[in-house]
Design a protein around this ligand. Sequence first.
Ligand code: CP
Ligand code: NVA
Length: 303
Amino acid sequence: MKRDIISVMDMAGDLEDIIDLSIKLKRQRYEQFPQFTNHVLGMIFEKPSTRTRVSLETAMTQLGGHAIYLNPNDMQIGRGETIADTAKVLSRFVDVISYRAFKHENVLELAKNASVPVINALDDLEHPVQIVADFMTVKERKGRVNNLKVSYVGDGNNVANSLILGTVLLGSDISVGCPKGHEPNKDILEIAEQIAKDTGSHIEILENPVKAVESADVIYTDVWVSMGEEKEKEQKEKLFRKYQVNNELVSHASKDFLFLHCLPAHRGLEVTADVMESLHSVVFDEAENRLHTAKGILSTVLY
Ligand code: CP
Ligand code: NVA
């Protein structure tokens, strides 16, 4: 049976193994793997991307395969060919498909109709591949991914949803600080609560950002305005002002906390330049680890 990665939950049984494999592949950066020869990744991007696109393509190339960037505006999908037919046709050509989509249900539809593995490269509900790189970075710095307090401050968006699932699966606690009405997805929180019963993790959703970051080992933030939400920019930038990750806010964290951001970042909005450039910030390691985890994920779904 093929292995899709649409949600962090699709890595529920082996998330830490994928992280460990990625750490190993980081040491073997330019090593090619014979099983990747002539293997092709088709990458559909409905939205812009720097890290996801370049990490996936570089990963395939370095492993010995190849990747094709597919812009829906240049495909028949942009002229009304269905996602189902596109999935069936692409499956006759390529060995694995990644899909960055506006709608989560479209990623599910593609996966349902593809006979090759489908990797969610971000949608409106989740960003599962990002979370593997985030926890890889945490493991490199802290030596573990369990028994930590992870704080997410800002919008309860796709990255927050995936981070919550990843944190509880790995046995750490998650505290989210966000304004009312911008909490993470309810269904995701329910799933996370169920997992937390087994792993002993605690989940808090708070309106107070200071409480959320108190004694945190990791502080994470993301943009206030995600791709596709541009109309809400003005209103959100006002509402989220007190959720900015700045020197005052991080002073409440543990003294050796790590600062993570999936990037792209907006200095002066969700994070200040001094926190971004501080010694606590590991955002560029985190970005680099997108490459190594892309290899870990591709190896896991293909072999
Ligand atoms: N973090 C992330 O997914 O970045 P891109 O939008 O550049 O791919
Ligand atoms: N939440 C952001 C993440 C970008 C990588 C977005 O969806 O635009």
